[in-house]
Design a protein around this ligand. Structure first.
Ligand code: CP
Length: 318
């Protein structure tokens, strides 16, 4: 699909030239991304998976934090759209010699780069960048703040399974405190009309969460009985400077989800996880690999959703 060829989609544009967070997107923006992603999902399942939509565009993926899914998914999305792609990771760059973020990115932009996809450990880093460099900026995860493309691909995957999300009951379970996926999911799902609740040990639930219109449930069985979807999050030990629960064994005992527990609910329930999974901690292998799970569908949908985001941002007015 070339944007010069498509008629209806070129009529609709995002209200922003950057994707910094879901908080800044309108419901219309979100629905436009999801509708556009449906077209791209069809494209990536063709024998020839490539379209020429971004053939004049150069994109830099700059990752200051580790990533498997997001980095590969963006790179594939860019290549499927025929963009030129350069990849940068801080571990073997001049950042190690003390170069600033803006200097690093401006040097990359001097090589005629149009768009920057960035993951950074500091919340707000992509917002800062968007004010200081003349390129479209896409947030690929900023610390514990937002991970907007993960929320969009999660919403796309839920819609694919359940249809319209209005009134659907979505539980986000696990380490909410350190999760950028939780915040982006809450903003996105509420804008699409779903009801969101969170569940986990009280020490891993941020105090502000109820001010977002999100109810807290500390009992795993009760939340599983309530929800249509359980979006299970990883325990982020690398962000935990203190102990939030006595041991992983105890966490798993109270908040771990296994197939026996899912089957005992006697209802349809969709299990999701943004990855990477701590198998045997928040999810057992038999639950992660069960028919309840759509975890690998999420990964496939990530490419289509990121194609939609890049395509729409390239067409956005500055
Ligand atoms: N879901 C997610 O962001 O995974 P990565 O850290 O592997 O990119």
């Amino acid at each position: 699909m070339d944007h010069r060829e498509s008629n209806e989609l070129t009529m609709s544009q995002l209200s922003t030239r950057h994707l910094l967070g879901i908080k800044e997107l309108s419901e219309t923006d979100i629905r436009l991304v999801l509708e556009t992603a449906t077209n791209f999902k069809e494209v990536i399942n063709r024998p020839i998976k490539k379209v020429p939509s971004l053939r004049d565009i150069t994109i830099a993926n700059i990752f200051f934090e580790n990533s498997t899914r997001t980095r590969l998914s963006f790179e594939l999305a860019e290549k499927r759209l025929s963009a030129d792609v350069v990849n940068f990771s801080s571990s073997n760059s001049s950042v190690k010699k003390g170069e600033t973020l803006v200097d690093t990115v401006n040097n990359i932009l001097a090589m005629k780069v149009d768009m920057v996809v960035m993951r950074h450990a500091s919340p707000g880093a992509p917002h800062f960048l968007s004010k200081n460099v003349p390129a479209n900026v896409v947030n690929a995860g900023d610390g514990t703040h937002e991970h907007p493309t993960q929320a969009l691909l999660d919403a796309f995957s839920m819609q694919e399974k359940l249809g319209d999300l209005t009134g659907k009951k979505i539980a986000i379970i696990g380490d909410i405190l350190h999760s950028r996926v939780a915040l982006s999911n809450i903003f996105c799902l509420q804008k699409l009309g779903a009801e969101v609740r969170v569940c986990g040990p009280v020490t891993l639930i941020p105090k502000y969460i109820e001010s977002l219109g999100v109810k807290v449930e500390l009992d795993l069985h009760k939340i599983l009985e309530w929800c249509d979807v359980a979006n299970v999050l990883r325990i982020q030990l690398e962000r935990q400077q203190i102990k939030y629960f006595p041991s992983l064994r105890e966490y798993s005992l109270y908040y771990g989800i296994n197939k026996k527990l899912l089957d005992s609910l006697n209802k349809e329930i969709v299990v999701m996880h943004p990855g990477p999974i701590n198998r045997g901690v928040e999810l057992s292998s038999d639950a992660a690999d069960s028919s309840h799970s759509i975890i690998l569908d999420q990964v496939e949908n990530g490419v289509a959703v990121r194609m939609a985001v890049l395509y729409l941002l390239a067409g956005a007015k500055g």
